[in-house]
Design a protein around this ligand. Structure first.
Ligand code: PMP
Ligand code: GLN
Length: 381
């Protein structure tokens, strides 16, 4: 195996979902919803298949999806985009992240990234020959330490990779934190890659603020999102990148050699979703908030310390309460002990002291599944 892949473990999501299938345990691990998105969107995809939209889509995406993404950015954030030059459709946010890293990171360049990090960041930075510089969101409240952020930037830093709402902590960066990142990016002339896949999954009347809307940030920021999270179609792998034409063109240059173009019939269906089913994600966020409270209250009643997430569909807890020092050991034993699967968070950390004892629980599952998971945890206690 080439050195660019060495030391990168297999993704923990596949491993833990396979464990759930093998043991029949409830999967509160991998973040995919039990319920698909709107039936009308499925019908739109079926219609696109039947209408013969089955050959290669244009590399940058079908025009109606690029137009719908532009309208979405205008409606929610007041960002006016040229859909022909400032929107790129990708095969999920995962491809967008990889293409953006390949587009902006040279071998030896340093990338500042929030820790805990989504696992594909580590792999793609390494595959590009870059070096990650983590800035840790520390428990118990997982806020950004601005001094730590400033200290992470060196003269080799070329990019910052930001994820808010943040997987796995559920932190939604507030305006002060975003301003601090923006100030550092402006000062050091950095490109900012923002992963905003949970942009609509925020709770308690919070609002997600895209970094590109802050002063002086438009020209240096590429923003990434995905229909997987917004419309509960994680298996469709439809994502997009928005930003100034020069940066989007750079990401497109990488994307064309990764996949050339993305799934043709799913793109008009997601265009339909963005234009006709925008009420869906508000309802989804409300339902998730309810399930977040169910899970957090349930865990608290088992004497587990919980930091209530502000967004996403994940909760992090500490397994020392269960007499374990290691989250992986805990998660590997959990199916047999309790018939439940969770994700050991240590795979998202370089800092073992912060990550070793944490696990992540997903609450994007049916209410009955979350309930049953809690019942099983209580019974195994
Ligand atoms: N970024 C984050 C933070 C995620 O949690 C995920 C998982 N959906 C992705 C990117 C990947 O998104 P997609 O499934 O659209 O590739
Ligand atoms: N984003 C989801 C999670 O964090 C799924 C990730 C994946 O399957 N690669 O669980």
């Amino acid at each position: 195996m080439a050195s660019r892949l060495q030391g990168i473990p297999p993704t923990i999501f596949s491993e833990m979902s396979a464990l759930a299938v093998r043991t029949g345990a409830l999967n509160l691990g991998q973040g995919f919803p039990d319920q698909d998105g709107p039936a009308s969107v499925v019908e739109a995809a079926v219609a696109a298949l039947r209408e013969g939209r089955n050959q290669y889509a244009p590399g940058a995406g079908v025009p109606e999806l690029r137009e719908a993404v532009a309208q979405h950015q205008a409606a929610h954030y007041g960002v006016e985009l040229d859909p022909t030059r400032e929107v790129l459709v990708t095969t999920g946010a995962t491809e967008a992240i990889a293409a953006a890293i390949l587009a902006f990171v040279n071998p030896g360049d340093e990338v500042v990234v929030l820790e805990p990090f989504y696992d594909s960041y580590v792999a793609t930075i390494q595959m590009a020959g870059g070096v990650r510089r983590p800035v840790t969101l520390r428990s118990p409240d997982f806020r950004l330490d601005v001094d730590e952020l400033r200290a992470a930037v060196t003269d080799r830093t070329t990019a910052v990779l930001v994820n808010s709402p943040h997987n796995p902590t559920g932190t939604v960066l507030d305006r002060n934190e975003l301003e601090a990142i923006a100030a550092v990016a402006r000062e050091h002339d950095l490109v900012v890659i923002t992963d905003e896949v949970y942009e609509h999954l925020v709770f308690d009347d919070r609002a997600h603020v895209p970094l590109c809307t802050l002063d002086g940030m438009w020209d240096r920021t590429v923003s990434i999102s995905s229909a997987g999270k917004t419309f509960s179609f994680t298996g469709w792998k439809v994502g997009w990148v928005t930003g100034p034409a020069s940066l989007v063109r750079a990401v497109e240059s990488a994307k064309q050699w990764l996949t050339f173009s993305s799934g043709a019939p799913l793109q008009p269906a997601i265009a339909y979703a963005l234009t006709k089913e925008s009420a869906f994600y508000g309802r989804l966020a409300a339902e998730l908030q309810d399930k977040r409270d169910l899970l957090c209250d349930g865990l608290r009643s088992l004497d587990v310390d919980v930091w209530v997430p502000e967004g996403t569909y994940f909760v992090t807890t500490d397994v020392r309460r269960y007499g374990y020092a290691d989250g992986l050991e805990f998660c590997l034993a959990l199916p047999e002990r309790a018939g439940v699967v969770a994700i050991p968070s240590q795979f998202f950390y370089d800092d073992a002291d912060e990550g070793r004892h944490k696990v992540r629980w997903a609450f994007c599952k049916d209410r009955a599944v979350v309930d049953e998971g809690l019942r099983r945890l209580a019974a195994a206690d």
